[in-house]
Design a protein around this ligand. Sequence first.
Ligand SMILES: [Cu+2]
Length: 501
Amino acid sequence: MDDRNQQVTPNPRAPREPPPEHLRFTPFAPLDQVAPAGPPPRPGEPFVVPGDITEIPPGKHTLAREFEAFDRTKPTYGGLEDGDTYLGKLVAGLRAANQPPVEITSLDIPKLSFRMIDGFKEFHLVAEPVQRELYPGQFVDTYGYNKTTPGPLIEATQGDRIRIILTNNLREPTTLHLHNIQVPVEYDGTPGLTVTPLAPGKTLTMEFRLHQAGTFAYHSKLPLQQGSGMIGMFVVHPRKAWLPTVDRDFALLLQNFSILPGTTVNDVNSQHDGETVTGFGWNWQAINGRTGPFTTPLVCQHGERIRLRMMNFSPNQGHAVHVHGHVYWITGHEAGREPKSEWYARTTEIVLPGQGADLEFVANNPGDWGIHCNMALHMTNHLVPPIGPRIRDRDGTTSRARLDQAPPGESTPSEDNAGQPLAPTGNYRVNWTADQITRLNAKRELRGMHPDWLLGPTGLYTILRVLPPDLFDLVMNKDVAVAPGQVFDEIVRRANRASTQ
Ligand SMILES: [Cu+2]
């Protein structure tokens, strides 16, 4: 008998074991049990919908309480849609008010230091070729500032006098544009129109005063230099911290690159939107110059209010940035803070090139959550996994890409799965070397996550860790061994216990 016929395929219609008690879904009580329907209203009387929570005295019904109160320890509705606490809209962080704005946490990218000279904050930028390690063993050779792409983050305060001294160490001219910062025209950086580009080896000084507050950027105004990675974030804090207070303030710059197999050069010159002459497109995604799973997680404490500032400087593509486990409020864009009446709730926000989005939420759902672009190809590295038919001829069996030149550590391309259209389960494996796995796991921020975590966050992808205070302390401060899965399992264990109480 043919062995292949012996394989057991699970019958999806077969009766399944009921889930354990703590995982069973308990529906809300029907609305007619919450509030008695009563007699129909007479003409002229207000019509009260049975169970309408606006009409239930506070505290009378469990359901009403659950919907009215915002609980910073677990996901809750938080009251009516027009209210201040709806989905946590104006629920302040744990940090006291009347303090200066909380400093930016810039993960994977340094902040640019400054010196106070003559009443100016003086920053030095160097435009130069850079090599950036997107993940262990995968480099990109491109342009940037101060040895990195994106360039270092500039952090300043509304009202500051700023002096930027730019040195051009490229072999070609460059300019510097302050993106959405209103500066005198001679510092706008538009080649020809407002400035003569800065020649190689030369230095330029720009001086201006910041009257705005918000999430801005600096970049070369020569299009392909900008597309190559000559970009950086420029965050300007308000003089008084915005309300409601936040406990942490993260800045993320979104980018992508085109790197052919077997090369490290960012091939920005050879392509137009989505496609290249080679068909590989924008195949490497990055957040703050790292691609998942080499991005450093955003770690916060359960119950804190978090601000996350994003700017997209991918050459030609937008990103639809999704946050798991939480609903966030969009509180501003690349032009600055929005009035609270204009804030809107989202779980996925589109950020196009040159645009920014500031979002805030109360981290009320403990665990490890994805923050990522929802575009399928942007959740891959070099379009794998699953590269599937993209590298194969039409019959799906022969490869037209040089699989032996696939980037190190990649998962899918191999001849033994040729012909399988879209990477079924058996195709999904990671061929990281031991050294790569060691480096990928080396960060303190990753301790105790799910043992298989490396499978998930690929491409434009990072992780939000919402940790109860004791587990936050264990991960970030304690010098004791933390086993793979230890923190994750403990969060799941506590959540299950809470749901059965
Ligand atoms: Cu994207």
